[in-house]
Design a protein around this ligand. Structure first.
Ligand SMILES: NC(=O)c1ccc[n+]([C@@H]2O[C@H](COP(=O)([O-])OP(=O)(O)OC[C@H]3O[C@@H](n4cnc5c(N)ncnc54)[C@H](O)[C@@H]3O)[C@@H](O)[C@H]2O)c1
Length: 452
């Protein structure tokens, strides 16, 4: 029975995994090249910002410690999870530079280890990377053989920032790629112990797991784009309402309702880059992956399309407030955020833009310094706005009242990507523009001639 585990890389995912495993009774040694992360964990604090992480580390301090030494971690545990960055390169593939460095240290540590050990790669990689990019480093540095001397698994996680710990402890399933059954058995044992929801474990080859991980994200983004396309359709149909249509689609068990709420594009640190990377892989292998490219293009073009489509609601030279700059509510992450892209596209189209976000403002300020003013004060953002675009369902936006928006002015336009401000529709002072709803029956004029 495995009792001692190590976690290499104490970032947004690794830090939460270390805490989560300690909370389930395992002894955890965390490793990071960043001294601050190591010191934070040893002081019982969170190495990064994530919901509940600090509290969980503090509550499990007797079972979790951190070090700068990979060797200490390997010698003191039976299984090591590697969660270091795999950033995208200019081709859209995931680079292995950090993983190679970590695997070199792991190989050197394995050389000194007497017993069997399992290395588990959790970082997102493309098919073939584990077997051909990383395994040779372990064998070369350790002088040992994968199989008899150590095992290697690819075991990515499906988590969302903001709920990493909950998602890690309650996954839909564990995706487990294994070099051989012995390695997979030991990793499955850890999951059975850690899972709070008795999640099933899907075991397979390293390559199938690598493809499955990235395919999940890619598939979800296709659902999002599909729903966004439906939203567009609904705006052109009498009485069209994307939520009604999506609710119906969601009833079909083959489809399901999740990620089908039409509105704005997808963003964040995983979805867009996973799509691009899988398409890159398709190109390399001679697979027609144009579906992925089309989806990526569709998503990247969404801000510009909205600005063109909403010409009538966006008078030239208007002051425009964009509420929501993070890629989702309750997040400070602006990576590939549709809100950021929207601000840039509006600025390029000649609008004066002020962006607001409760958590992401400091990060967005740098990213948007050439295109928009950024504030974390909602009042400041609304002060001079002629048009307000609401890009996330943050509670401070969904609670906005007509008086708060108007601030004594006679009229204002509100463009609502998620239909979360429907209570404003009845107010004659508000020009309310919901995305995904048909608001003007003449907009449906294109339908009738098709049938007469
Ligand atoms: N964050 C997410 O939402 C998420 C979701 C799924 C998958 N992933 C994948 O997990 C991986 C890590 O992502 P993250 O968001 O946790 O990254 P992160 O940048 O937050 O954390 C990575 C950590 O690894 C440390 N590190 C780098 N090289 C190291 C080494 N040689 N030894 C020890 N520590 C080292 C860094 O100092 C950092 O603390 C990536 O491949 C990412 O694609 C992330």
């Amino acid at each position: 029975m495995i009792q001692n585990v190590s976690v290499i890389g104490l970032g947004k995912l690794g830090g939460s995994m270390a805490a989560g495993m300690a909370s389930r009774g395992l002894n955890v040694i965390g490793v990071d090249v960043n001294r601050h992360a190591v010191e934070a964990v040893n002081a019982g604090k969170a190495p990064v910002q994530e919901t509940g992480l600090g509290e969980m580390i503090a509550a499990n301090q007797e079972r979790i410690r951190a070090t700068l030494s990979t060797e200490e971690a390997v010698l003191g545990s039976d299984i090591s999870f590697v969660i270091v960055p795999t950033p995208s390169d200019e081709r859209g593939a995931f680079t292995l530079q950090y993983a190679r460095f970590a695997f070199k240290s792991l190989g050197q540590a394995l050389k000194k280890k007497k017993g069997y050990h399992v290395i588990v790669l959790t970082s997102t990689v493309l098919p073939g990377a584990t077997r051909h990019g990383l395994l040779p480093i372990l064998e070369q540095e350790s002088g040992k053989k994968c199989g008899p001397d150590f095992g290697l698994c690819y075991n990515p996680e499906f988590i969302a920032l903001g709920s990493v710990i909950r998602d890690f402890l309650n996954p839909d399933f564990y995706l487990l790629g294994e070099s051989d059954p012995r390695a997979g058995d030991l990793l499955e044992q850890v999951h059975r112990r850690v899972s709070q929801n008795n999640a099933p474990v899907k075991r397979m080859s390293l390559e199938n797991a690598e493809l499955a991980k990235i395919a999940v994200n890619s598939y979800v983004t296709m659902k999002i784009s599909f729903a966004n396309m439906l939203a567009d359709f609904c705006e052109h149909l009498p009485g069209g309402d994307v939520d009604v249509v999506s609710d119906a689609l969601g009833m079909d068990k083959r489809i399901g309702r999740k990620y089908l709420t039409g509105g704005f594009g997808f963003g964040g640190p995983c979805f867009p880059r996973d799509n691009v990377a899988l398409n890159f892989m398709g190109g390399q292998l001679g697979v027609d992956s144009s579906l992925l490219k089309t989806n990526d293009d569709y998503n990247r073009g969404i801000s510009k399309r909205y600005i063109e489509k909403l010409q009538a609601d966006l008078p030239k030279g208007a002051n425009v407030a964009v509420l929501g700059l993070a890629y989702k509510p309750l997040s400070h992450v602006i990576e590939e955020s549709p809100g950021i892209y929207l601000c840039r596209a509006l600025s390029e189209a000649g609008y004066r833009v002020i962006g607001h976000d409760n958590l992401a403002a400091p990060y967005a300020e740098t990213a948007l310094k050439m295109s928009a003013l950024v504030t974390d004060s909602l009042d400041e953002a609304l002060k001079d706005a002629d048009v307000v675009l609401v890009t996330t369902t943050d509670k401070s936006y969904t609670a906005l009242t007509a008086d708060h928006l108007l601030r004594g002015r006679p009229a204002i336009t509100v463009i609502d990507f998620w239909r979360c401000l429907k209570h404003l529709a009845a107010d004659p002072r508000i020009r309310y523009v919901p995305i995904g709803l048909c608001r003007d029956e003449t907009a449906a004029a294109g339908l009738k001639p098709l049938w007469s």
